[in-house]
Design a protein around this ligand. Sequence first.
Ligand code: DON
Length: 322
Amino acid sequence: MNLKMISKEEKYLDEWVMNYRSLGINGQCADYIPALKESNLSDLGVYMINPDGVEIKSGDWEIPFTLQSISKVISFIAACLDRGISYVLERVDVEPTGDAFNSIVRLEMHKPGKPFNPMINAGAITVASLLYGESPEQKLESIYALIEKMVGKRPTLNEKVFQSEWKTANRNRALAYYLKESGFLESEVEVALEVYLKQCSIEVNTKDIALIGLILSQNGYDPIHKRQIFPKQLAKLIKGLMLTCGMYNASGKFAAFVGIPAKSGVSGGIMASVPARYRQELPFQTGCGIGIYGPAIDEYGNSLAGVELLKHIAEVWDFSIF
Ligand code: DON
């Protein structure tokens, strides 16, 4: 992509962001975490970057937001690096559920109560307990260090969001106690919960998550700093999980109509990863990472405007892996 093309693609992005922004105005922010209620419904931003470091961006791409469930991708990679893939997969499965992200039902229905996948809360709380170390600080360090390697800066925590989540985490607490009782949680309940809720409260912007999406698209290789951050096998595993479980109980629709590995969070972020394609005339032919932010969410917990914007980009530039 040369500079002339970039400005052309960026103009398209500006137009699309303008068109889809209004979807958010009629939506709602996640209100079960009181601090998230304060977001501006009409915010919408996107940042895309290719392996040569060529970037295009539009709208409110610089607005900070909390990772929320996007952190589940990072904690899973960190736990696999700490413990090995097979150790982690003995404790968390890789099957989609079709249930809401915070559902408790399958832990009881399917014995012995192993969480179905690391992208739902039961799986992510279990993964948090598997991270290296005993204390929440030690466990979080695995996540912080991995983010720092991929994004190039030490992540910071949004303390207000964390406090807000901590006080209202009754369902997550119930999930954690259930997992403890069935033997899947490897730490104390309060330790796993603190790690999980703090990882959700890490502050990022669309560029940060686009960089992580780019590394995923290159199978764990950071093409900008030219180093392998995590093994290819792990990148393929997590992308499979993102495709089948990353957009919660709308993952099937997203795979069918958008067709790229992606992970959403209730604060309105979406991180997506596009592999290289063969058609040379298309933009981002060598693949890219995409970060999107639009805080109004739909009934599944995915960004309303963000999903539609991503669907449109993927259609026009032929991003689907199928
Ligand atoms: O577990 C929770 O309630 C949140 N901290 C994370 C949820 C999340 O992002 C799920 N949704 N898309």
